[in-house]
Structure formats: C-alpha cells, structure tokens
Design a protein around this ligand. Structure first.
Ligand SMILES: Cc1ncc(COP(=O)(O)O)c(C=O)c1O
Length: 411
C-alpha cells in the first residue's frame, strides 16, 4: 500500500523558482528537521544582512530609532497570529517568553503547577524552578499518545486539585508532534481560577491565527520555526489583567513604558531578527500562500511518513506509522524499532550520529520509553529527501536496533 503512494513533484514558487532553490540550505545535506530550528529563505537572509549593514554603516542612525521599528514590525506580525499588536511583545525565543512569564508569578508553598508528559523539557524545567522558588510542586498530567481531544480535556479536569494555580500546556507538542486543545483547557481552567500558559512554539504558520486559537492567559510562539523568520524571533501574547507584571529579560530604557512597548528596547542588541520577521511571512504568502503551504506540507508529510514507515515496518513490533489524533500539517511520527531512542538523550544522540554518518538532518524523540523519528517537511522538501533517508539512515537505524536488541538479550 505504502509503495503505491505517488511521489509529489518538487514544488515551484510563484516566481517560477523551484522551492528548494529559494532556501540557502546545503544541497549536500538532507534536511528533514525543519521543526527544531527552522530554515530561512535566501531572500529573508539577504534582507537581514542588508539591515545589519545599515546598522554598521551608521550606528547612531540605527540604534536610537530601533524601538519604533520593532513596534512597527510587531504591528505587521500580530495580525498573522490573529491578535492586536498592543497585546504582543517580541522576545528572542519561546524559552525567553516562558521565562518572562515565570518571573512574573508568585506562588505559595504547596501550590501546584500542572504540566503534561508531552511538554518541552526546557519549558518544564523552568516551571520546576518557579515551583522551587516558592515551595510549590510540579505535577505532570499523563496524556496517552493517541488521546482524542475530549480525553485530553477530561484528563485535565480530573487532574485539577484545590492547590492547582498554573497549567503549562503545548498547543503543538514537540516530542509527539500533535496538537492539544489548549483553548478548551483554558476555558475549563478559568472556571476554577487556574491560569494557563500556552506553549505555542510550533504554532505560528502551522495554525492560522495561532495565538487567537491557542487560548491561554499567556501564549507564546516562535517565528523562527514554521514562518521561516531568522532565529531569535518569537512573540509573547497576553491580554491578562496582570500583564504589567511582565518584564523583558533585559532591563533597559523601555522600563517606563507599559507592556508591550517596554519589550521594544533591549539595550544594544541585534533586533534585525524581529525586523525581518514580516518579510518571512510575506515571502511565503506571496510565493505560495499560507493555506496552500499548509495543504502542501500535509501531502508531503503523508508521503514521507508512508514511505519511511514502510521501510522500517518489518523491524517494528507495532504499526510504524503513528496516526495521531489532532495532527499538524508538517510533522509526522514514525516509530523506531524497539530499544532505540528510549530516552531523550538516546534520541538526541541518534540525531547527531545520523548527521555525522549520513549527512541527514533529523529529529528523534522519545515518549513513554519508545523512540520515534519526527519527520518535518516544508515547501523545500522533496520526495528524493525521503528516498535519501531510506537509503542512508534506515540501514544504520536497523544496525543499531539489532545491536541494542542483542545487548538487551545479554544476561
Ligand atoms: C514546544 C516547544 N517549546 C519551546 C521550545 C523552545 O524554543 P526556543 O529554543 O526557540 O526557545 C521549543 C523548541 O523546539 C518547542 O518545541
């Protein structure tokens, strides 16, 4: 069945350019991990370089006026997320947004923060540090990989306790590449006076009006993932009554300003990532259209997942192709042979081994002691990339799996 799947022709942009040629990605390397660090189109790289050049040509002409330009970029980016520019602050990345929110909170000893077992490790560690500061506790809600939307909401309802104060939950999960119903969870939490931080790191570009649909008392998302902005561009969005408690990680001249204006000045930093973000959004819209891009990613991801799962299937005890509820358009999970990538550390080590040995950029994740290949595609992905993964990576994965299996049989 999988083999009969037609391969998708390389995508062509409105300007007539083959999509692959619009990104400066190394042609010697196979790129199947957009999700971790994004990839910036050449046109946007050039714009950012030109902006940096302006700063170098005339620092005084550049830096004293930077706040106005960052505010203008916010005004252009906020509608893409379905929100008002007055509710959105630029921060360098999703991790920074979580830190800003954690820094603003006061808990009591014995209070509880709920996270999930699909959460992003660094953001969950931040929640643990917040809890330690106040003698509070962090509890992880278990959500089965294949939990349907209602089951996820009910798991939260069942998990709420009398001391639950904060929920940290992902709109699109990192290890399991699926959506969670964060808006419904927010509505449920509000009935109980519990506040919700929505980690929408992967949501911009993948979900139209991502912040609007994400819910949360606070929401954040990365522009350097699916929207293809230069790295170091994320938005923290909130209409929360306490939002004047939010401060940028760098105390600077914006301090007298209310949220979000105070985030527009961050000392002498390179704000060209923020200033180039509207151009990245516009590039995809002009060259392919955002909704068409999501549809194309879905077709490509299905093809890749089917092909790669078929190659792996004889060595995997369950269905290698994981059919997730609430999937996203651009990512798929393919189950690894038993014993491989059981922990995050092992999964990360496999990623670097395949990069070094096979020249393939991948993401491997682990969930409940099982390893997965998290396939990412974007407009520049081509069917030949899946063939390359099958030729270069699958034999090495199987070799490692047989070594692992043999080792686990050793008494
Ligand atoms: C769900 C999630 N949250 C947070 C982050 C952190 O993003 P950043 O490294 O840009 O801060 C990531 C990164 O992949 C993520 O997937």
């Amino acid at each position: 069945m999988y083999d009969s799947m037609p391969s998708v022709a390389p995508l062509t942009l409105a300007s007539g350019v083959r999509a692959r040629d619009a990104w400066p990605l190394d042609p010697e390397i196979i790129h199947l991990n957009h999700g971790s660090f994004g990839a910036v189109p050449t046109e946007v790289v050039q714009l950012q370089n030109a902006l940096r050049e302006q700063a170098d040509l005339s620092p005084v002409g550049w830096f004293p006026r930077i706040a106005e330009r960052v505010a203008q970029a916010r005004a252009e980016v906020a509608p893409f997320l379905g929100v008002d520019a007055d509710d959105a602050a630029f921060v360098p990345n999703a991790s920074a947004a979580a830190t800003v929110v954690y820094n603003s909170l006061h808990l009591e000893a014995g209070d509880e923060i709920l996270v999930t077992d699909h959460g992003y490790g660094a953001v969950t560690m931040g929640a643990a540090r917040l809890a330690r500061r106040f003698g509070a506790v962090v509890r992880a809600v278990h959500l089965p990989l294949l939990a349907e939307e209602d089951e996820v909401v009910e798991s939260f309802r069942a998990a709420f306790g009398s001391r639950t104060r904060l929920i940290v939950v992902d709109q699109v999960t990192s290890p399991t590449a699926r959506r969670l119903p964060t808006r419904r969870i927010t509505e449920l939490a509000r009935e109980r006076g519990i506040r919700v931080l929505v980690d929408g790191a992967h949501a911009p570009g993948l979900i139209a009006d991502a912040a609007l649909h994400g819910g949360g008392d606070w929401w954040f998302g990365n522009m350097h993932k699916w929207p293809c902005a230069p790295r170091g561009s994320a938005l923290l969005v909130t209409t929360d009554a306490d939002r004047q408690e939010l401060w940028p990680l760098i105390d600077s001249w914006g301090a007298p300003e209310p949220f979000p204006g105070r985030f527009d000045t961050q000392g002498t930093i390179d704000a060209t990532t923020y200033l180039s973000t509207p151009a990245a959004i516009a590039f995809i819209e002009r060259e392919y259209g955002w909704s068409r891009t999501r549809a194309a990613m879905s077709v490509l991801a299905d093809e890749g997942a089917a092909r790669i799962a078929a190659a792996m299937q004889p060595y995997v005890s369950e269905d290698a192709r994981v059919l997730l509820p609430m999937p996203v358009d651009s990512m798929r999970l393919i189950r690894l042979p038993d014993g491989l990538g059981k922990t995050r550390e092992e999964a990360d080590a496999l990623r670097m081994a395949l990069f070094d040995l096979a020249g393939v950029e991948t993401a491997f994740t682990s969930f409940e002691g099982h390893g997965y290949f998290r396939l990412s595609v974007h407009l520049y992905t081509e069917s030949s990339d899946f063939d390359a993964f099958i030729e270069r990576c699958v034999p090495e994965i199987l070799r490692r799996a047989s070594v692992t299996t043999a080792a686990s049989r050793t008494p």
